[in-house]
Design a protein around this ligand. Structure first.
Ligand SMILES: Nc1ncnc2c1ncn2[C@@H]1O[C@H](COP(=O)(O)OP(=O)(O)OP(=O)(O)O)[C@@H](O)[C@H]1O
Ligand SMILES: [Mg+2]
Length: 398
């Protein structure tokens, strides 16, 4: 969602100067930002000229601000409102929150905080008339750092989108909330703002998910948030689960790139998935980590799918003392459920150009290996959302 041509009114005391108006101009790029003092608010606006959002500077005269809020409440269709500032007076906040769409932004704040609050308030309210009955959710996580979880997540989403040919909707949700790489790998925007949404998780619905989603090369939607060192701390388990539940209503397929370190919500995400893929590589430490992680998950997940191990970066010719597949499965204490061939050129070219490997290097073995894995996962348990999704032309027998 963009702010272009949105009508935004900044209300500030003359004594407070232009700080709020400047912050609004920086936050709402392309919007028509007007500034008024509290006593300049008209009783009504001509039709089509009403502000869509009013931003109030809490630093002004409290009585005058209270009157502005009361004036907004009297309008037949009150605009969205944000009260921004330091030491927000409780009475004013109470009055503000009685408006149908209102939020507070506490100092210190910058354009980003204002924009985030405004996006949530201005999002469209309609929800799709008939969302799909419930999409299929496959979650991917790594046994060790750099194993290839993000790469596999992107390739699964792209493979499903390619098969569906525009007839089914596919989303990739990046739950690496502090430093997710999907947006950078794809050259797509990261629009999710889960920290703010966590303050009112009940507001997370299909319309808000549309705001969070951005189209990614490969024909699917990306739901990811920008780098934020506090990304995990500001997010509640309820908000994460609502995003996933809503995504499963809106999309036919949801691929989750899940963080390797367990969060308070990780087991809920895994248990709610139709498949749980643990990506490892063919080194002894990675195999031992995959074995340990798979055992932990089996012990801790009383419901939901069992973990499946996918071995990544399998080399045709092995340089150095890498374990053979047989030795790898011995170290794992189980059979691997899939493998991806190593193809550094294809992987590097794709992340540098931005997009899935199957778009930039359709002939890569990685694309074929992912097709085979998708075939196996689709065959694993019939699901209404997958009816009519054809097997890939290039897939090998499972
Ligand atoms: N099969 C493959 N062949 C060659 N390179 C690969 C392959 N799979 C992944 N890579 C590369 O390995 C690197 C790490 O991959 P990726 O980021 O997907 O791992 P990750 O498990 O998500 O890492 P993190 O722990 O940081 O989340 C990337 O540069 C990626 O392009
Ligand atoms: Mg990753």
């Amino acid at each position: 969602m963009s702010f272009t041509d949105r009508r935004i009114l900044a209300i500030r005391d003359l004594a407070a100067g232009e700080t709020l108006a400047d912050a609004c101009r920086a936050a709402f790029e392309g919007a028509r930002v007007e500034t008024l003092s509290p006593d300049g608010l008209p009783a009504s606006w001509p039709s089509g000229h009403e502000p869509e959002l009013v931003v109030l500077d809490a630093g002004g005269d409290l009585v005058a601000l209270g009157e502005v809020i009361a004036g907004l409440a009297r309008l037949a269709n009150p605009p969205a409102a944000i009260l921004a500032g330091d030491h927000l007076p409780a009475a004013l906040v109470r009055a503000l929150l009685r408006l149908p769409r209102a939020d507070v932004v506490e100092a210190p704040f910058g354009p980003r905080e204002l924009a985030e609050a405004a996006l949530l308030l201005l999002r469209p309210v309609e929800t799709p008339a008939a969302p799909p009955a419930g999409g299929r959710c496959w979650t991917v996580t790594g046994a060790v750092g750099g194993a290839g979880a993000t790469t596999l997540s992107i390739e699964l989403a792209a493979a499903l989108a390619e098969r569906a040919g525009g007839k089914k909707r596919v989303a990739l949700v990046d739950l690496n909330l502090a430093d997710g790489a999907t947006a950078a790998y794809l050259g797509a925007s990261a629009n999710m703002m889960l920290g703010r949404a966590s303050q009112a998780p009940e507001r997370i619905d299909a319309a808000l998910l549309e705001v969070f989603a951005s189209p990614a090369p490969g024909g699917f939607d990306l739901i990811a948030q920008t780098r934020d060192p506090h990304g995990f701390e500001t997010v509640s388990a309820e908000a994460v689960m609502r995003v996933l539940e809503t995504a499963c209503q809106v999309y036919d397929f949801v691929i989750v790139d899940a963080p390797r370190h367990r969060r308070s919500w990780s087991l809920d995400v895994f248990a709610g998935s139709d498949a749980l893929l643990v990506v490892s590589e063919l080194t002894v430490p990675a195999l031992l980590a995959a074995r340990a992680l798979a055992s932990e998950l089996e012990a801790d997940l009383t419901e939901g799918p069992g973990p499946r191990i996918i071995l990544n970066r399998l080399a045709k010719r092995v340089f150095g003392p890498a374990p053979s597949m047989g030795e790898a499965e011995k170290a794992l204490g189980r059979k691997a459920d899939g493998g991806l061939t190593s193809d550094w050129e294809a992987a590097a070219a794709s992340v540098n150009l931005g997009g899935p490997i199957r778009s930039h290097r359709p002939g890569s073995r990685i694309a074929k290996d992912v097709d085979a894995l998708v075939d196996r996962l689709l065959a694993a348990a019939p699901h209404p959302a997958t009816a009519g999704v054809p097997p890939a032309k290039t897939s090998r027998a499972a």
